[in-house]
Design a protein around this ligand. Structure first.
Ligand SMILES: Cc1cc2nc3c(=O)[nH]c(=O)nc-3n(C[C@H](O)[C@H](O)[C@H](O)COP(=O)(O)OP(=O)(O)OC[C@H]3O[C@@H](n4cnc5c(N)ncnc54)[C@H](O)[C@@H]3O)c2cc1C
Length: 395
C-alpha cells in the first residue's frame, strides 16, 4: 500500500532508512520479533527510546518545545511505517503517548518542567491506574479513596489489571475525592510514586503465561496535593482526554502491515511444504480482505493524525481505530495459527525457550493468546461501539 509521496517526503524516507540501518541493532530487532506481549521487554524499549531521544525522534507527536518534532503528518507516518517494517519495537506509550498529552494540556508549568523531560528520557516509567475491581467499563464507579489531609491526600483501595505496575516507578491514578453528585463529578487525576509507603503490587499471570498485569494496593498512601493534575473533582475530563490518545494517538496500520507481511511469509512457506495447501483459495481470500481492511484503517489513521497535528485531539473517532485495528490484528493472529497448523503445535504457548525456535514463528501461538485481551483493554469492543453510536453517529 503505497501512498503518493512528494520528492521531499521520499528523501525523508531515505534519511529514516539510513538511520534505521545504522542504529537499529540486531538485538533489538530479534527481541521485537520474538515478543508475544503487548509491549516489548522494558529494557529493550528503553534502549530503543534512548537511541531515538539522541536523534530527536522519540516522540514526533510532541510539540517541538518539549522535545518533539515539527514533522508533517506524512513524515510522522513515514517514520512510523519505516520503523515497523525494519522490525523496531513500539515505544511503551504509557508515559510518552498517554500521560504526557494530559500533562501538556492540563498540567501546571511546574508539572510540565518536572515530568515531561523524565518521561522523554525514560527516567520515569509509568503505569496506568484507571480500572478497579467493579470499575472497568463502568469506570466512573471507581472507589480508590483520596481523603484530604492538609497538603496531602491519603489513598486507600486498589487498582486492577495494571499493566507493568511491577516495572513502573510511577502510576497515574484516577481517585475518588467526592462521593456526592454524579459519580463522574467526584474524580481527580493524581500522580503517585510507586515507592510511596503503603503501595504494594500483586502479579496476575495471563493465559499466555505472561506477567504483564497486576493488582496494585494502596494502604494509607500519602500523596502531596501538588501531584494532582488540574482541578480537584475534574479528573473525569482529563481521563477521557487521555483515553482518546490511548485508543487513537499513534499509528497501528504500519504495525499491522508488518504482522500481515509475516503472515504472508507463513503462507508462502506452507505452500512450499504442504502439497495442495489452500487449494480452495480460502486463505488467499482472507488475506485479500485483510489488505483491504488495512488500507481503510490506514486512511482513517491519517485523517485523525491531520486533526491532531492541527492542534486537536483524536476525538471519539479514536474508538473506530481501536475497534477496527483490534479486529484486524486478532484476525491476523488467528489465521497465523491456522496456517501454522500442526507446525504450531510443538510450540508451547507458555514459551518453552526451544533453541531451534529463534525466528518469529515461536511467538505466533503466544501472541494469539496474549492478543485476545486487546478486545478488552483500553475499553472493550462493545464499549467502543457504544461510543461510536453516540458520539460519532449521533444515535
Ligand atoms: C491485558 C489487560 C491489560 C490492562 N491494562 C490496564 C491498565 O494498564 N490500566 C488500567 O487501568 N486498566 C487496564 N486494563 C483493564 C481494562 O481497561 C478493563 O478490563 C476493561 O475496561 C473492561 O473492564 P472489566 O474487565 O471490568 O470488564 P467489565 O466492564 O465487567 O465487562 C465485562 C463484559 O461486559 C461487557 N460490557 C460492560 N459494559 C457494557 C455496556 N455498557 N454495553 C455492552 N457491553 C458491556 C464488556 O464489553 C465485557 O465484554 C487491562 C485489561 C487487560 C485485559
Amino acid at each position: 500500500m503505497d501512498l503518493q509521496f512528494t520528492p521531499q517526503e521520499l528523501a525523508f524516507q531515505q534519511e529514516v532508512r539510513r538511520f534505521l540501518a545504522d542504529k537499529l541493532t540486531p538485538q533489538i530487532v530479534a527481541a521485537t520479533a520474538n515478543n508475544s506481549s503487548v509491549f516489548v521487554e522494558k529494557d529493550i524499549a528503553l534502549q530503543w527510546q534512548a537511541i531515538l531521544v539522541e536523534q530527536g525522534w522519540a516522540v514526533p507527536q510532541w510539540p517541538l518545545e518539549h522535545g518533539g518534532t515539527d514533522w508533517t503528518p506524512a513524515q510522522k507516518y513515514i517514520f512510523s511505517r519505516e520503523c515497523y517494517l525494519a522490525g523496531a519495537p513500539m515505544l511503551i506509550p504509557l508515559g510518552l503517548l498517554m500521560l504526557a498529552p494530559v500533562i501538556m494540556a492540563f498540567g501546571s508549568e511546574e508539572q510540565k518542567r518536572e515530568y515531561l523531560p523524565k518521561i522523554l528520557s525514560g527516567e520515569h516509567y509509568w503505569c496506568q491506574g484507571y480500572s478497579e475491581p467493579g470499575a472497568g467499563s463502568d469506570l466512573a464507579s471507581l472507589k480508590l479513596k483520596a481523603e484530604s489531609d492538609g497538603d496531602d491526600y491519603i489513598l486507600n483501595g486498589s487498582k486492577l489489571w495494571t499493566t507493568h505496575a511491577h516495572l513502573a516507578d510511577h502510576i497515574f491514578c484516577l481517585v475518588r475525592t467526592a462521593s456526592d453528585g454524579k459519580p463522574q463529578q467526584g474524580i481527580s487525576f493524581l500522580l503517585v510514586a510507586m515507592d510511596s509507603p503503603g503501595v504494594s503490587v500483586t502479579p496476575i499471570l495471563t493465559m499466555a503465561g505472561d506477567h504483564e498485569v497486576n493488582q496494585v494496593f494502596f494502604d494509607n498512601v500519602r500523596v502531596p496535593k501538588r501531584n494532582r493534575i488540574g482541578e480537584e473533582n475534574r479528573g473525569w475530563q482529563y481521563a477521557k482526554y487521555l483515553l482518546e490518545f490511548e485508543r487513537g494517538g499513534g499509528f497501528s496500520a504500519p504495525r499491522i502491515q508488518h504482522e500481515l507481511q509475516r503472515l504472508c511469509q507463513l503462507v508462502a512457506s506452507a505452500r512450499e511444504d504442504i502439497a495442495g495447501f489452500d487449494s480452495s483459495g480460502d486463505i488467499a481470500r482472507k488475506l485479500a480482505r485483510m489488505e483491504i481492511d488495512l488500507k481503510a484503517l490506514e486512511i482513517t489513521e491519517l485523517r485523525i493524525l491531520s486533526s491532531v497535528s492541527g492542534g486537536g485531539n483524536p476525538g471519539p473517532e479514536s474508538s473506530i481505530l481501536k475497534l477496527n485495528s483490534t479486529r484486524l490484528e486478532q484476525a491476523i493472529n488467528e489465521l497465523s495459527v491456522d496456517v501454522l497448523g500442526y507446525r504450531g503445535f510443538p510450540m508451547n504457548p507458555v514459551r518453552d525457550g526451544s533453541p531451534d525456535r529463534a525466528d518469529f514463528t515461536s511467538s505466533v501461538v503466544p501472541r494469539y493468546l496474549n492478543n485476545r485481551a486487546a478486545s478488552i483493554f483500553g475499553g472493550s469492543q462493545e464499549v467502543q461501539r457504544s461510543i461510536i453510536a453516540k458520539m460519532v453517529l449521533g444515535l
